[in-house]
Structure formats: C-alpha cells, structure tokens
Design a protein around this ligand. Structure first.
Ligand SMILES: NC(=O)c1ccc[n+]([C@@H]2O[C@H](COP(=O)([O-])OP(=O)(O)OC[C@H]3O[C@@H](n4cnc5c(N)ncnc54)[C@H](O)[C@@H]3O)[C@@H](O)[C@H]2O)c1
Ligand SMILES: OC[C@H](O)C(O)[C@@H](O)CO
Ligand SMILES: [Zn+2]
Ligand SMILES: [Zn+2]
Length: 364
C-alpha cells in the first residue's frame, strides 16, 4: 500500500494538538504549529504515546528533583509513529517508515566526554523531550532527528513501539545490575517500570523472583504476566526490617539483587533488609531529594546501593527482545484515549482507583 504523503495526512488531520502543563499545574490541550523538519530530521505523525509517571509528576508537582516546569511544557516521551516527511539530508528513513522515538537527544560532540564514551544519558546538554524546558512528543506532529529514530519491525505495533521506552529503562538497569541466570531477585513496585523489569528479568533467567507492591491489583497483574513470580503485599506502616524478612521468607533465601522501582524510602529500606551479604540494591525509582539509609546495615553486609538514570543504547536490544518474542509488552496497555481526550487520559493515569497500568494516547 502506498504511504500517505504529508499533504494527504495534513488534509485529513490538520490540527497539531499537543498536551501541555505549566507552573500553575494547568494541564491542557493546545494547537501547535506543524513543525518543518530540519535537514537531518523527520516529521513524524505520532501514533501512540504512553503516559509516564514523570509526565503526571511534572503536571501535579511541577518538578522532579532539579527538573522544574518553568513555563508551558509539552508532555510525553514514550512514542512511536510514522514518518510523513524527511529533511534533505536524511538517509535512513523514508515517508511511510514506522518508527520508535528515542526522546533523549544528546549533544553528540566529540568534546563531550559522556557522548564520546557512549554514556550519552549523562550528556549535560541532552535535550530530553518532555523534561523542562523542552516540549514532549505527546502531540500529533513532531520533528525528530533521524539519528534518534529506530525502525519498528512489521510485527511490532505502535503501542509496543512506545513501550520500548519503559523497557529501555528496565534494560539499562538490568544490564548495569549484573543480573545473571539464576540470580535470586526482588523487584520492589509493580507499576509499569516494575512490570517491564519483571518481564525482562524473567527473560534473562532470574530465579526465583519476588515482586512487592501496596496494591493487590498490580501484584495480580504481575502474576498474570509471569506466573512463576512470587508476590509480597506491602502493608502500610509495617517496619521495613520486618518486611525485609517477609520478602526473604517468600524468596526462600536472601536476595543477591534487588531492583527497586518505587523510589519510596521505606521500600528501599525493605530491599536493603532483604539483601544478602555482598548483594546489591539497584534503584530505578526516583523519589524525595533527601532520604535516610540504614548505613551500618549496608556497611556490615557490604550491600551495594546503586542507581539508574535513563538509558543508552537500549532501543536496538529492546526491539530485538520484543520482535523475537522474548518479551510481550502488549498486556501492559490497559487504557486507550484519543489525542483530543488527552486531559481525561491523564485523569485516569493519575487516579489509582482507575486501576490503570499503562494509559496510551492513540492517533489513528
Ligand atoms: N531512573 C530512571 O531513569 C527512571 C525512568 C522512568 C521512571 N522512573 C521512576 O521509576 C518509578 C516507577 O515508575 P512507574 O511508572 O512504575 O510508577 P508507578 O507510580 O506507576 O508505580 C510505582 C508502584 O510502586 C508501588 N509502591 C509505592 N510504594 C510502595 C512501597 N512502599 N512498597 C512497594 N510498592 C510500593 C505503587 O503501588 C505502584 O504500583 C517512578 O519513581 C518513576 O519516576 C525512573
Ligand atoms: O523515562 C524517562 C523518565 O521518565 C525521565 O528520565 C524523567 O524521569 C525525568 O526526565
Ligand atoms: Zn518516563
Ligand atoms: Zn554530550
């Protein structure tokens, strides 16, 4: 089937709607200009975007650590779409190509130590779409550098393409955590990040695996994704050391590795108390700027406390794992909205009673 030209797409859908927030926490739909792609950019019709916890956080709280919403700020960084126009120097993509968007655009200069050495998630000049002051990709039309687009294989939907972003977060953490086949693993938190971590750790052969959450529905979701996972329902107000013991009892041994996916202090503590001598607690979750740690417990058990910040070089791996059938991301999407219903979609994503896992905004 011939690909639609930019003119045809724009005739059918002329308005470039986008979802923005601002320092007054006013989430709204705006109509942006349709951007003209630069010489090495592609204009993408964004077909699926997942709402990330950080999008909700920027809306509700106006900041994540040092990243502060200072003006009108477009949201969204979990996106996939189709190329509808290419800049004159673009060589790897043509109109009609289906793509996943990697949304952190580093400076890529040889003078940048982190870009030169491949740790481009640490580039001080990175433009991360949706992190202030940069607009996100939760919009119909978005111009994206071709270097940071990835071809979507035919057997991956746009929804799966957008889920490559949270999967990237999990893969980056798993890679640096040193997880091996047979590693006894605890995952704290069964939100989208904990669940993609579960899927990836299962594929990587971690065993046994325990997952924790405060919410029974999320634990049930974990079980439906990976039936062999064992779960611990976290009761509010339970002492972290007691919870750590319960996790160890459920795992059947002390954890060699804990992947923490909540960023909540008490959960990090429970992970620490569940760890074996020489184990590691690897924190993906983000939370309060200052947190206490059980210092002497960590010290006397030589437990490593480590962190993950975004990802680098994960998209090709994520695509292979999904296209080859090792990881099935589809069951994570529980709610779908049209772009015009974006504000309502955020209402669902931010309301625990809605029992959403991943809310996506779809533009046909
Ligand atoms: N490091 C990074 O680069 C990176 C990237 C993306 C997301 N994140 C962070 O990862 C975290 C998880 O993201 P998400 O989208 O899954 O968020 P989410 O809020 O949907 O999920 C968090 C889950 O943790 C559970 N939880 C809360 N307190 C708990 C406790 N004390 N014990 C056990 N479970 C508890 C919640 O019930 C929820 O199911 C967030 O902090 C997010 O900001 C970090
Ligand atoms: O998935 C990527 C994350 O949401 C971002 O790093 C965000 O937490 C801050 O920009
Ligand atoms: Zn995110
Ligand atoms: Zn750089």
């Amino acid at each position: 089937m011939a690909s639609a030209t930019v003119t045809e797409v724009l005739q059918r859908k002329p308005k470039n709607f986008a979802i923005q927030t601002n320092p007054a926490h006013d989430l709204h739909l705006i109509e942006a200009d349709v951007p003209e792609p630069g010489p090495s950019e592609c204009l993408v019709h964004v077909r699926a975007t997942g709402i990330c916890g950080s999008d909700v956080h920027f809306w509700k709280h106006g900041a994540i650590g040092p990243m502060v919403v200072c003006g009108e700020n477009g949201l969204g960084h979990e996106s996939a779409g189709v190329v509808i126009k290419t800049g004159k120097d673009v060589t790897r993509f043509k109109v009609g190509d289906r793509v996943a968007l990697e949304c952190g655009i580093p400076c890529s200069k040889a003078t940048c130590y982190y870009c030169r050495t491949g740790q481009y998630n640490a580039c001080p000049d990175v433009v991360f779409f949706s992190t202030p002051p940069y607009h996100g990709t939760l919009r119909r039309y978005h111009a994206h550098p071709e270097a940071w687009l990835h071809h979507l294989p035919d057997n991956l939907s746009y929804e799966e393409g957008s889920l490559l972003e949270p999967l990237s977060v999990a893969l980056a953490g798993i890679d640096r955590s040193g997880l091996r086949m047979g590693t006894p693993l605890v995952i704290c938190g069964a939100g989208p990040i904990g669940l993609v971590t579960l899927l990836a750790a299962h594929a990587a052969g971690a065993a046994p695996i325990v997952i924790t959450d405060l919410d029974e529905n999320r634990l049930a979701k974990a079980k439906s994704l990976v039936p062999r996972v064992r779960s611990v329902l976290v009761g509010r107000g339970v002492e972290s050391a007691d919870l750590g013991k319960k996790i160890v009892d459920t795992l059947g041994e002390e954890a060699r590795l804990v992947i923490e996916c909540t960023g909540v202090e008490s959960s990090i503590h429970a992970g620490i108390y569940a760890s074996a001598f020489g184990g590691a607690v690897f924190v993906i979750g983000v939370g309060k700027d200052f947190q206490n740690i059980p210092f002497m417990h960590l010290s006397s058990k030589e437990i490593d406390l480590r962190f993950q910040y975004r990802y680098h070089d994960t998209y090709p791996k994520a695509i292979s794992l999904v296209t080859e059938g090792l990881i099935d991301l589809k069951p994570l999407v529980t709610h779908r909205f049209k772009l015009e219903e974006g504000v309502e979609a955020f209402g669902v994503a931010s309301n625990p009673a809605a029992r959403a896992i991943k809310v996506q905004i779809i533009d046909e």
